[in-house]
Design a protein around this ligand. Structure first.
Ligand code: SF4
Length: 517
């Protein structure tokens, strides 16, 4: 009989500081935790250096915490001799050495990883126990129970149901505090510069463990995209809490005020920057929401700002995860608009004359981050308008953002941003031309292109591609009410104008390196 009862495979985004599942089921005398740093997780889609460092540094700190609690941890470092380079390989090596009687995991954040572990367990004829992830408020089963039978999955309805069920900002008689479920107007005012003054970011000085990870990544994975130079993401529970408290103190009160705005040299605006520590599970959504609500009760943040934040954490985030598991593994191959072009190289270099893309992609390369408006209106919008393969866009988001995890990225990037699911997540194809970017940013000031022009050397490529997109997809999107007025303009264009736009779009695709495959 093997000495190890159960091998617990803990993944890099399962760093629950409260050890909720382990506390209930782990036997310190007979069980072992397996954690593995493997290069394949940074290469199967190219992962930004800072994203890789974030995961590995957080894992090393977490393993130290587990050991300090008396847990036996089998930990493989990136540079260790014999590292199998893949999660499957490291799992097999651990099974060979420890010969456990069973295998246990918390549900991973990715179909690929779940299926891989199931395969290995089946090959070894090992019982596998998959525990639900207690981090989330809504289990995949509960989401499917809500979704089944509905003709469309509307985030707003889900959000209201979750708020009512968990009694968050809800009165005793079940009504929303403030009198409405949504307290912000959907249409956003024109960009008005950086007012109020933008708060500085909290500094997370890398300790010896994090510095060792940075050195290891530079040594073994130095060819990964992005730079590690300004790494400043929370990798421990303490740092994650510092980030959370900093947000509540300095940015929550204005959360949502500038959600559609983009300002040159301002990568953070009033965004929370909590997606990365939440997605690694260093923070719990319940505590995050509670702190925000408490700040409102103390009069430190207005209700509309707090409601907008709560909506993201327990509405949008839980909804996106629910969709990921509910829609199944083939969701990743959806391509409702039939887009097949390759992602242009400027997404890896940031080199382009388009100021908006230079800012957006440049920020990603520098920080592993772009905020909501940049993802929606710039990097995602351009790829959608240019007809880039949605899976390539989704993979770029997965690897290049510190908060990139499959369950979040796929519905957000492939579904919502690229409209590849035909409207499962978000019914509107989120397209915008140069005028919209001009309205919400200072990017067009000083750009060599003219946002209002759609053809000719000075024409804004966003504007050219916007009209080209609408001309190409006029029939497919005809029933899309939210694009009705734009499509009506296309319908009123003469054939000659349409031909002109289509031809100029082809010229610009060539100039910008958007190629057919
Ligand atoms: Fe971007 Fe067009 Fe504005 Fe230039 S003019 S920043 S390309 S939207």
């Amino acid at each position: 009989m093997s000495a190890t009862r159960t091998l617990w495979f803990v993944l890099g985004d399962q760093l629950d500081p409260h050890f909720t599942v382990l506390r209930r089921h782990f036997d310190k005398a007979r069980d072992v935790v397996l954690m593995a740093e493997v290069s394949d997780e940074s290469r199967h889609v190219p992962s930004h250096k800072q994203r890789t460092i974030l995961f590995l540094a957080a894992m090393r700190h977490y393993a130290e915490r587990l050991r300090s609690k008396g847990v036996t941890v089998r930990y493989t470092r990136l540079d260790d001799v014999g590292n199998a380079s893949t999660l499957a390989g490291e799992l097999r090596r651990a099974l060979d050495t420890l010969q456990p009687q069973s295998l246990a995991i918390v549900r991973p954040g990715e179909w690929r990883v779940l299926r891989m572990i199931e395969r290995v367990a089946a090959q070894r004829k090992l019982p596998l126990r998959v525990h639900e992830d207690p981090h989330f408020l809504v289990t995949p089963q509960a989401f499917s129970a809500w979704a089944n039978g509905r003709t469309e999955l509307v985030m707003e309805r889900f959000y209201r149901a979750v708020r009512k069920r968990f009694r968050i900002l809800v009165t005793d008689d079940g009504r929303p505090e403030g009198g409405a479920w949504t307290l912000r107007a959907e249409s956003r005012p024109r960009f008005a510069g950086n007012r109020p003054p933008l708060p500085k970011r909290v500094v997370h000085t890398p300790d010896a463990t994090t510095r060792a990870v940075i050195a290891s990544v530079e040594r073994s994975l130095g060819d990964l995209p992005g730079t590690a130079a300004e790494f400043n993401w929370p990798v421990t529970r303490e740092q994650a809490l510092a980030e959370l408290h900093d947000f509540v103190r300095h940015r929550l009160a204005h959360f949502g005020d500038d959600v559609a705005d983009m300002a040159t040299g301002a990568p953070w605006m009033h965004h929370s920057l909590l997606a990365a520590p939440l997605n690694l599970k260093l923070l719990d959504p319940r505590e995050v929401v509670q702190l925000a609500v408490d700040a409102h009760r103390r009069g430190e943040a207005p209700l509309p700002a707090v409601e907008a934040f709560v909506r993201q954490v327990i509405g949008r985030r839980e909804f996106i995860r629910g969709v990921y598991w509910h829609e199944g593994q083939d969701y990743a191959s959806r391509n409702a608009l039939g887009h097949r072009r390759a992602l242009p190289t400027l997404y890896w270099s940031g080199e382009t004359e388009m100021r908006c893309l230079r800012e957006g992609v440049g920020g990603v390369l520098q920080h592993g981050f772009a905020h909501h408006a940049q993802r929606l209106l710039v990097t995602g919008n351009f790829a959608l308008l240019a007809g880039v393969d949605p899976k390539e866009v989704s993979d770029w988001h997965l690897g290049m953002f510190v908060d990139g995890v499959d369950w979040a990225t796929l519905p957000n990037a492939l579904g919502s941003s690229q409209h590849a699911d035909g409207g499962t997540v978000g019914t509107r194809a989120p397209v915008a031309g140069g005028r919209t970017i001009e309205k919400h940013s200072d990017y067009c000031d000083g750009c060599r292109f003219e946002p209002g022009m759609r053809t000719g050397d000075d024409a804004c490529p966003m504007t050219t591609f916007y009209w080209d997109f609408l001309i190409r997809h006029q029939a497919t999107l005809a029933a899309n009410r939210r694009l009705a007025s734009a499509l009506a303009q296309v319908a009123s264009m003469s054939d000659e104008v349409k031909r002109e736009v289509t031809a100029w779009a082809a010229v610009m695709r060539k100039r910008l390196g958007v190629v057919e495959r």
